[in-house]
Design a protein around this ligand. Structure first.
Ligand code: AMP
Length: 175
């Protein structure tokens, strides 16, 4: 990525200290979504993380929906939502994973993929990596191939990549 793009994206991400709880610096992407050039470059750059044609883009609730759907459109692919437990209306497969405190479960529709399809996974932040790990496992359990994971930013100090040694992960910003 050019240093101009790097600066453009970085300057439109806002750190909100101690939100949603003390000690967390929340990476707020709403300024980036609001600025047309920053949004367009983000979508272009995330789409280039596919490394080839893909059949579907998976977006992880909720900011992965906002970024993933335009990436799917850009790539001429379909879009598949991975949602929090209990939100999808038809038959689902589920994966659970550990959070710092407690557990989370995500789901995808059982009929979302045809075996052998190539899938690109999109999210805004790679933090501890648990969410992306569970998503990769869900997609593979459904018979599809994970072509790659493309995220806007990676919080390197949380070492999320360590949970993803078997996946091509591309991040636009390392923070
Ligand atoms: P992870 O710890 O990698 O499983 O991250 C879980 C989810 O939480 C991701 O989908 C991110 O969107 C979100 N997330 C984690 N940490 C942050 C943060 N510091 N700022 C904004 N979103 C975050």
């Amino acid at each position: 990525m050019s240093s101009a793009d790097h600066q453009l994206l970085l300057s439109h991400i806002r750190d909100v200290p101690d939100w949603p709880e003390p000690g967390i610096a929340f990476k707020d992407i709403t300024p980036l979504l609001r600025e047309p050039t920053a949004l367009a470059r983000t979508i272009e750059l995330l789409a280039s993380g596919a490394g080839g044609p893909v059949d579907a883009v998976v977006g992880i609730e909720a900011r992965g929906f906002i970024l993933g759907a335009p990436v799917a459109y850009r790539l001429g692919a379909g879009f598949v939502p991975v949602r929090k437990e209990g939100k999808l209306p038809s038959d689902t497969s589920a994966a659970s994973y550990d959070l710092e405190y407690g557990q989370a479960t995500i789901e995808v529709h059982r009929d979302a993929f045809t075996p052998g399809e190539r899938v690109l996974i999109i999210d805004d932040v790679l933090a501890t990596g648990g969410t992306v790990r569970a998503t990769v496992d869900l997609v593979r359990a459904a018979g599809a191939d994970v072509a790659g994971v493309s995220v806007l930013m990676e919080l390197g100090f949380l070492h999320g990549r360590d949970k993803l040694p078997d996946v091509e992960v591309s991040t636009l910003l390392s923070l």
